[in-house]
Design a protein around this ligand. Structure first.
Ligand SMILES: Nc1nc2c(ncn2[C@@H]2O[C@H](COP(=O)(O)OP(=O)(O)O)[C@@H](O)[C@H]2O)c(=O)[nH]1
Ligand SMILES: [Mg+2]
Length: 220
């Protein structure tokens, strides 16, 4: 993952990371996965229930600042919407999850069982990927009055998976951008850990010591 490109900056080594990542939203039917994607990608919300019958891939570009690097990384997200029909879901699940490098686990705050269901959803993705970064969204916050909001379950889930969580609303837009941005940050973090140096590809492999050098003569 990650094509590195030389920018036309003054510094010869000034480079911007270009990354691509496939992410998916998982969770029980009707928790708001499709609505969150629409809100994020198209900035709109529809109250009509759309039964998702196929897979839809939406693209979005994000800028993610990296500590210690002069230019923010560019991350192109492909957001995969997993369809709701259980029998097709079973059949195509592995294909949806293959190559996923980020997960948004979505629960409906008005239905506590949808939080518990996420343990199994995340486990299913983990079986196909290598423990991709995860952010949890407790959605439909607009339907729960503040004094009635109970977040214990989702906090427990977040702790178990070492994930961050937010309450969101696809309807009002609350924290929607933030959830995707957080996940983008975790994906880029992981890439930076894997390739701390940018510029290696351009500099080429290390140059062997010149013939007759100290090291060369010792090993003769
Ligand atoms: N009030 C409210 N309704 C929502 C929210 N998110 C989704 N919905 C509604 O919940 C239903 C299911 O949403 P959908 O995005 O299709 O769920 P999915 O099956 O997880 O993709 C639809 O009627 C949406 O309009 C939200 O944040 N607030
Ligand atoms: Mg859907």
């Amino acid at each position: 993952m990650g094509r590195r490109e030389v920018s036309s900056g003054v510094l010869p080594m000034e480079q911007r990371r270009h990354l691509k990542a496939k992410i998916c939203l998982v969770g029980e039917a009707a928790v708001g996965k499709t609505s969150l994607i629409r809100r994020y990608v198209e900035s709109q919300f529809s109250d009509a229930y759309l039964m998702t019958i196929g897979v839809k891939v939406s693209k979005k570009r994000l800028e993610i600042p990296v500590p210690g690097e002069p230019v923010a990384s560019l991350l192109e997200l492909s957001v995969w919407d997993v369809m709701g029909q259980p029998k097709f879901r079973e059949l195509l699940q592995e294909a949806y999850f293959t190559g996923v490098s980020g997960i948004i686990g979505v629960a409906d705050l008005t239905r506590p069982d949808t939080v518990t269901a996420l343990y199994e959803w995340i486990d299913r993705v983990d079986r196909v990927t290598s423990q991709a970064p995860l952010i949890l969204a407790g959605n439909k916050a607009d339907l729960v009055p503040k004094e009635k909001l109970r977040t214990g379950d989702i906090e427990g889930l977040a702790q178990a998976f070492h994930a961050e969580w937010r309450i969101t609303s696809a309807k009002t837009g609350k924290n929607v951008e933030e959830v995707f941005q957080l996940l983008g940050g975790r994906i880029v973090d992981r890439a930076v850990k894997a390739r701390p140096m940018i510029g290696i590809a351009r500099a080429g492999p290390p140059v062997p010591p010149a013939a007759g050098g100290a090291e060369a003569s010792k090993t003769d």
